[in-house]
Design a binder for this molecule. Structure first.
Ligand code: PMP
Length: 418
């Protein structure tokens, strides 16, 4: 008898195919099922639970809020929970980094924040063209999908995806100066590229396979955008909220984007929330021009504020991320060193991957890891990257345990391959 999921849930289901069990519990870096089996989680809701599952400080804040009958759904009406979030975000994130942004709450998915950023860039500049980059992932609603490279998603768009041009990302083609190429496209009036309203980029491409843009490239891109009056949108939906070592992933390059999209872990507890940060002078929206029913998820505001207070009011988390990242790199390097012709490591912070020379091996490694107690997914154009994204708060012991399982899974999967 097929399960209720097979009988009733659409064939669209995906992660559950890679990790076939029925999960019941989630604590810190561990997920569990009803039979008492546990898995270390190196997937972390694709970056949506950077602080681990059910972090106690956040859980306490949520439970108290519910017990006091705090407003849960409020459209975009002012609520105390939103007020607190804005105050905490200003105090702990914006002011210490000398950043001055307005904050737009969009519908609670990353793709909706990207849609809003694109619309605003087009409205502000009066231009339509957006430039994104090869292997980029910005979401799957039509506007954002136009900027997403992967054919698997693009081929079912079923509608027009105009006004976005995808150009080479840093390192996409060895030897190519992709910034010089972009500049030539912009300056040559017969290049076929209209002057863009905005450029959108991930500083580390997550779904695209952990491709890290160099700081030089990011600085060059920012200055190029400034020179030609093009808005720079950093899509920090996956790489933000500490994943690469700092709250914003662009801090390592010392650049200040015109707009930033955030989602996934900004909700703190895996609760849906998305936002666009914009330079104040870009905030030319008329009320409700980009509206939506679920822009006021107050539970997410409560968890998000508690997450910022708990993890970003001092430098303890950044210190921990630096330590765990080094341990993760060391472990992955050791695994890759045992299979020098088959594996390489790349990535920064807690966003790293093992790249398989034979793409099929990545899936085999992930399957084997799941059988052995580790949840880890594959990414990249050919799903060739085994992508390690443990919680930022994982203990050294749990990280070592996860890496040991991964190491064994790699040896098994590659040995079978011969
Ligand atoms: N941008 C980036 C960089 C992402 O990683 C994702 C999700 N993987 C999105 C946008 C889209 O977010 P969502 O799935 O919440 O729409």
């Amino acid at each position: 008898m097929p399960s209720i999921f097979e009988r009733r849930e659409s064939r669209i289901r995906s992660y559950c195919r890679s990790f076939p069990t029925v999960f019941t519990t989630a604590r810190g870096a561990e997920l569990g099922n009803a039979e008492g089996r546990t898995w270390i989680d190196f997937l972390c809701g694709a970056g949506a639970v950077n602080y681990g599952h059910n972090p106690p400080e956040l859980k306490g804040a949520l439970i108290s809020y519910l017990e006091e009958d705090g407003l849960v759904h409020g459209l975009d009406m002012h609520s105390e929970a939103k007020q607190t979030f804005l105050q905490v975000f200003e105090r702990l994130i914006l002011l210490p980094r000398k950043l001055d942004y307005r904050i737009q709450f969009t519908g609670p998915t990353g793709t909706n924040a990207v849609e809003a950023a694109f619309k605003l860039a087009r409205k502000v500049t009066g231009r339509r063209q957006i430039v994104s980059f090869t292997h980029g992932y910005h979401g799957l609603t039509l506007g954002a999908l136009a900027a997403t490279g992967n054919r698997h998603y693009r081929q079912v768009a079923g509608g027009s995806m105009g006004d976005v041009t995808i150009l080479p990302f840093d390192g996409w083609m060895p030897g190519l100066d992709s910034l010089a190429m972009l500049e030539r496209y912009i300056t040559d009036p017969s290049s076929g590229l209209d002057l863009p309203a905005a450029v959108v980029v991930e500083t580390v491409q997550g779904e695209g396979g952990i491709n890290v843009a160099s700081t030089d490239w990011l600085r060059g891109l920012a200055s190029l955008c400034r020179r030609y009056g093009i808005l720079l949108i950093i899509d920090d939906i996956q790489a933000g909220c500490g994943r690469t070592g700092t709250f914003f992933s662009f801090e390592r390059a010392g650049i200040v984007p015109d707009m930033v999209t955030l989602s996934k872990s900004i909700g703190g507890y895996g609760l849906p929330m998305a936002l666009v940060l914009m330079r104040p002078d870009l905030d030319v929206w008329e009320p409700a021009e980009h509206t939506g029913t679920f822009r006021g998820n107050n539970l997410a505001f409560v968890a998000a504020a508690a997450a910022l207070e708990t993890f970003w009011s001092d430098d303890r988390l950044t210190t921990t991320i630096a330590e765990r990242s080094r341990e993760l790199s060391t472990s992955l390097d050791a695994i890759a060193a045992r299979h020098p012709t088959k594996l390489t490591r790349r990535g920064i912070g807690m966003m790293q991957g093992l790249i398989c020379a034979d793409p099929k091996r990545a899936g085999a490694i992930s399957r084997r890891a799941f059988a052995d107690g580790l949840i880890i997914e594959c990414a990249g154009a050919h799903d060739e990257v085994v992508k390690a994204m443990p919680p930022l708060t994982i203990s050294a012991e749990d990280l070592a345990r996860g890496c040991a399982i991964l190491s064994g899974a790699v040896d098994t999967a590659l040995a079978v391959a011969g």
